[in-house]
Design a protein around this ligand. Structure first.
Ligand SMILES: [Zn+2]
Length: 427
């Protein structure tokens, strides 16, 4: 496979430019359909045009760039990531994948390489769900799994997604037009920061994602009896927070005993929440994830059974409502092989790691086969201003990604052969 040079100064410059599109001073805050989000989108569109691509924006605001005159046609291979961030997030989550995808197409174009399939860059509008509390909006629209009711999701100021789209100059009623025809898509690949410590612990710059964990999210409630903190004796209390504390320990124990599962109580509200009142009610969230759906559901059931037992012992009641249950997605063996070969070719052992975090690839799996490459990030820290990726790792990651994308396209049954062409011209 011929060497195609990438331009690191361009990659780093673009990452920096995108990081400036932020609402806050601390880290990067770029919620979907805000002015800083628009600014970032304009940059991406400009870079796409500079790279000689034709750009369009779909009904959800996903930005799609492609080369118009592919020699043989065939289904398009999609690469990209998301442009939105969480509140006070970092400069690499999502944007690294966006910039990497742009660099891949631009480097191929500048090297005069005609790819085996048409190549498209897709930049998704809302992966994090930080604004409307519902995730993967852009990729679900593209996969055709976004629902009409998702348009009614509201942000903290009460603005619905439909209103935000309209204000952004888009037509929310046309959201179904963002859906792509699976026959016309040959796969989706994404480069993303790991958001965990495994690569760092293994001293590897990048790794192959084996799949994206399924997740079950529940809202639970422990009900006891509120009372005066000074007058109710200890043995007469029905303290909901004491029960909840024991339940949280049981959550941890259940997940620790399962090899593939992680479980978290990330939010807790205590009622009435006063220093001199025994807590009468506690509400909390339970998040259980695993690449193994059966195991994940088993652990979730086990936690609920244990919690009911704990509640009974304390004369409390426990209930848990499941608000989200998304199955795990296994990455495509073909795309994993392409990524593993590219990593090996760059001189590293290919490490296969499951993703505990959700990504656009999760939604795209409903449309086409998906693959991901993770890049090491410092301390495994993400969704935080201190999110950081070493430039050396970015360089290796983007080079590996470029090669993986070429290999993935070459191995597609409808591929024509990759080669140099006279047709391409640097704009
Ligand atoms: Zn991300």
């Amino acid at each position: 496979m011929f060497e195609i040079p990438i331009r690191m100064e361009r990659v780093l410059h673009r990452l920096k430019e995108l990081a400036h599109c932020s609402a806050g001073k601390r880290g990067v805050t770029r919620l979907s359909f805000t002015s800083e989000f628009r600014q970032a989108g304009l940059l991406v569109r400009r870079w796409m045009k500079e790279a000689g691509m034709v750009v369009r924006v779909d009904a959800l605001g996903n930005i799609i760039g492609h080369y118009p005159h592919h020699r043989r046609g065939g289904p398009a291979f999609l690469i990209g990531s998301h442009l939105d961030s969480v509140m006070e997030g970092g400069a690499f989550d999502g944007t690294l994948g966006v910039v990497a995808a742009l660099e891949v197409v631009q480097a191929l174009f500048e090297s005069g390489v005609q790819t085996a399939l048409p190549l498209e860059v897709v930049v998704f509008c809302d992966e994090e769900g930080a604004r409307f509390h519902t995730t993967l909006l852009g990729s679900r629209a593209m996969a055709g799994t976004l629902l009409g009711e998702d348009l009614n999701a509201r942000d903290a100021r009460g603005i619905t997604l439909a209103d935000a789209l309209r204000e952004f100059g888009l037509d929310p009623l046309a959201f179904r037009s963002a859906k792509r025809d699976p026959e016309q898509i040959a796969g989706y690949m994404e480069l993303h920061i790991e958001q965990g410590p495994i690569l760092e612990n293994e001293h590897l710059p990048c790794g192959v994602v084996s799949g994206i964990a399924g997740a079950v999210r529940g809202r639970f409630q422990v009900e006891g009896l509120a009372g005066h903190a000074g007058t109710v004796p200890m043995d007469a209390r029905r303290d909901a927070l004491v029960g909840a504390a024991e339940i949280i320990l049981a959550v941890e124990e259940a997940a620790r005993k399962s090899p593939s599962t992680v479980a978290t109580v990330g939010n807790l509200q205590v009622f009435p929440g006063s220093s001199n009142v025994i807590p009468g009610r506690v509400e909390g969230t339970l998040d259980v994830r695993s690449l193994d759906d059966e195991e994940r559901r088993r652990v979730f059931r086990q936690i609920c059974q244990r919690a009911e037992g704990i509640a009974e012992n304390g004369s409390l009641s426990f209930c848990c409502e499941v608000v989200l249950d998304t199955p795990a997605v296994q990455c495509s063996p073909r795309l994993m092989a392409a990524a593993a070969e590219a990593i090996t070719h760059h001189g590293y052992p290919p490490l296969f790691i499951p993703s505990g975090a959700g990504h656009d690839a999760l939604a795209m799996a409903d449309l086409t086969e998906v693959g991901m490459i993770f890049v090491r990030c410092r301390g495994g820290v993400s969704h935080h201003p201190e999110e950081y990726v070493e430039p050396e790792d970015i360089e290796i990651g983007v080079s590996v990604f470029l090669e993986a994308v070429l290999r993935a396209m070459d191995s597609h049954p409808k591929a024509s052969s990759t080669g140099q062409t006279e047709e391409a011209e640097v704009p």
